[in-house]
Design a protein around this ligand. Structure first.
Ligand code: ASP
Length: 314
């Protein structure tokens, strides 16, 4: 497939260990373009925190991306609500949940982290905070997402459909030239969800976790499974216990499969990186891809997985 930059994004099976410093990795094919932006920050000596914020903003502004930011599919009431979180090298965290009308929830999450004593703001309060701090209120619906909603209404029976499509978060992890780690995660969540539903993406330890001493992890997929297992925190704990990022990701996915009896129809993908810049990726089923950018590598890879499937994610 071709990225928006026109480059060939053919998905490569991972051949050997992936490692680099500085490095940025992110979820799904759309991570490729987002990584480019993050890399421009990292390669000019910038901070990992700035790289991940600016990187995921590319996906938040991409009107063709129907699962992140502006242009994201709405909930079952036709309202777009966004979730995002960010963590820096000091272990500080900020998050917004179910925020409406703001194009860059990741930047609001950063502001919550840097300008308030809190970690998470939700709903109207999060929007009010954003507006008070100079963010502009906009309509997040696009012609495309309106059309998707209209189409969904035909068969929806007004019930949210939990499946392996209609979502896909951008999660991004980076190590800068100083060796510091940061991460960001942003999404419109499950398409046509119940109004007010919040997924794993803004939950620290579920959608994202960063420990500058050991490593970082980020998740995508059915948030309900990730929230019940704190998968990002678990993967970082595994790295703290000297497991490789690959083994850490496998443990986190296998824990979901062990604890949740029926994962048919469900996809979760996880990415991890350790302090050395080694990368791991694993998913419940086939189809999870991730993008890597280092001095030597600029590619999208297919993650290893537990179960083959006839449905593939993006
Ligand atoms: N994890 C997101 C959520 O549950 C969706 C996704 O990444 O596919 O909201």
């Amino acid at each position: 497939m071709l990225g928006t930059t026109g480059l060939d994004l053919t998905v490569f099976e991972r051949e050997g260990p992936i490692q680099g410093k500085p490095i940025v990795i992110s979820t799904w094919n759309f991570g490729y373009d987002a990584n480019k932006k993050a890399w421009s920050v990292l390669s000019s000596g910038g901070r990992a925190l700035d790289a991940v914020e600016q990187g995921v903003m590319v996906a938040e502004s991409d009107l063709n991306n129907t699962s992140v930011g502006r242009g994201g599919n709405p909930d079952r009431d036709g309202i777009v609500t966004l979730d995002a979180c960010i963590m820096n090298e000091k272990g500080e965290a900020g998050s917004v949940a179910a925020i409406e009308n703001i194009e860059h929830p990741i930047s609001v999450a950063r502001m919550v982290m840097e300008k308030t004593p809190h970690v998470m703001l939700a709903g109207d309060g999060a929007k009010q905070f954003a507006l008070e701090n100079g963010f502009e209120a906009i309509d997040l619906l696009t012609e495309k997402s309106k059309a998707n909603y209209k189409e969904w209404l035909k068969t929806s029976k007004y019930k949210p459909i939990i499946n392996i499509e209609n979502h896909d978060t951008i999660g991004m992890l980076a190590i800068d030239a100083r060796g510091n780690l940061s991460g960001a995660c942003t999404t419109s969540g499950l398409a046509f969800k119940i109004h007010g539903r919040v997924g794993d993406s803004p939950i620290i330890g579920a959608g994202l976790y960063v420990d500058n001493q050991y490593g970082a992890a980020v998740c995508t997929g059915i948030g309900e499974l990730v929230m019940k297992n704190l998968s990002s925190f678990l993967a970082v704990e595994e790295m703290r216990h000297k497991k490789s990022p690959q083994k850490a990701c496998e443990t986190a996915i296998k824990r979901i499969i062990e604890k949740i009896p029926d994962v048919s129809n469900a996809q979760v993908g996880i990415l991890a990186i350790n302090k050395k810049g080694e990368v791991g990726a694993y998913a419940i089923r086939e189809g999870f891809t991730y993008a890597v950018h280092t001095n030597e590598i600029e590619k999208v890879f297919g993650a290893k997985f537990k179960m083959p499937t006839e449905h593939s994610g993006k």
